[in-house]
Design a protein around this ligand. Structure first.
Ligand code: SAM
Length: 311
């Protein structure tokens, strides 16, 4: 390891940092910090992070994964909702990666930037709720790599895929059960709204399981890594919002056949039946058997012709 390479955090250092700053992890913000450098390396490897690429990390926490991303040569934009953790991150990173220095911020609330000796921005810390961030400083990120807060993992993922179309890849750590849902295909027991919506943007694969013992505090469930690769959305004249409305309606009453589940959206069960047939689908099927292409074809049939021009 070169002298300039960031030193990853281990269990003793994580606890020391938290104790020194008086950090008490809160469940409400999904704060479970990774103690194990091996897990961080695994995440970074599965993310295929390339030196010089811009990675956005949601929820850097105490910096375990941030340091792993920096060690792989990525330039990182980290979005953290907890102001105490966001304020702590620059000094932690400088202590572990002394070749970086903190640039005085532009003003109160401005992102804090850490640069290397050549002046390149290697880490930008944004204090914000990831769900409300609409723009990120610096070059557009090509990858999202994050140990996502459990309670908002799916909305954060969908929001980022929607808002930042520069994102080509992603590697997220989520609850194992959520990982299964994200990666499930039609016909699977775990296939549902998150699976269908994520499939609009990307292919999702569960690539590894992570035991609960690598976290502090130890959560009640195991986690898993999901790899995402951007794909073209299905070809359709319907908008994404229209397709997602059909997905929501199809799964709102999971046990119902599509012709009943979509009756309200279509205006009547007969209209739903007609749209389903026109889309090449079986009106007696259930939502859990329809892929995102099917939902897109269906949305196209359900959109009133008058609305089409307004998109
Ligand atoms: N990346 C760190 C690690 O691996 O040790 C911490 C991961 S912890 C599971 C989730 C982090 O997300 C916490 O630091 C938490 O404060 C932050 N967080 C929670 N909700 C957030 C939100 N809406 N926007 C941004 N960060 C959030």
């Amino acid at each position: 390891m070169s002298q300039d390479e960031p030193v990853l955090l281990g269990p003793a250092r994580v606890r020391e940092l938290a104790a020194a700053a008086g950090v008490r992890p809160t469940k409400a913000l999904g704060q479970n910090f990774v103690l194990d450098a091996g897990t961080v390396r695994k995440i970074v490897r599965q993310a295929s992070v390339a030196p010089g690429e811009t990675v956005v990390e949601v929820g850097p926490g105490l910096g375990s994964l941030t340091l792993g991303l920096l060690a792989a040569g990525a330039d990182v934009v980290a979005v953290e909702i907890d102001p105490v953790l966001a304020a702590l991150l620059p000094s932690t990173v400088v202590a572990q990666a002394p070749s970086l220095h903190v640039e005085p911020p532009d003003g109160e609330g401005a992102p804090v930037v850490l640069r290397d000796g050549a002046g390149r921005a290697r880490l930008t810390v944004v204090t914000a709720d990831a769900l409300t961030v609409t723009a990120l400083p610096g070059p557009a990120p090509t990858s999202l790599v994050a140990n996502l807060p459990y309670n908002v993992a799916v909305p954060v993922l969908l929001t980022f895929l929607e808002r930042f179309d520069s994102l080509q890849r992603g590697l997220v750590m989520v609850q194992a059960e959520v990982a299964d849902r994200l990666a499930a295909g039609p016909g699977s027991r775990t296939y549902g709204v998150p699976s269908a919506k994520v499939a609009w943007y990307a292919t999702a694969r569960r690539v590894a399981t992570v035991g609960r013992s690598v976290f502090w505090p130890v959560p009640n469930v195991d986690s898993a890594l999901v790899r995402l690769d951007r794909r073209e959305p299905p070809t359709t004249t319907a908008s994404r919002q229209e397709v997602f409305a059909v997905v929501d309606a199809a799964f709102a009453q999971r046990r119902k056949m599509l012709r009943s589940a979509l009756a309200e959206l279509a205006g009547s069960s007969a209209a739903a039946q007609q749209a389903l047939v026109a889309a090449g689908l079986d009106p007696g099927d259930r939502g859990e058997r329809i892929g995102i292409e099917g939902f897109a074809a269906l949305a196209e049939q359900l959109v009133p012709v008058a609305g089409a021009g307004a998109r």
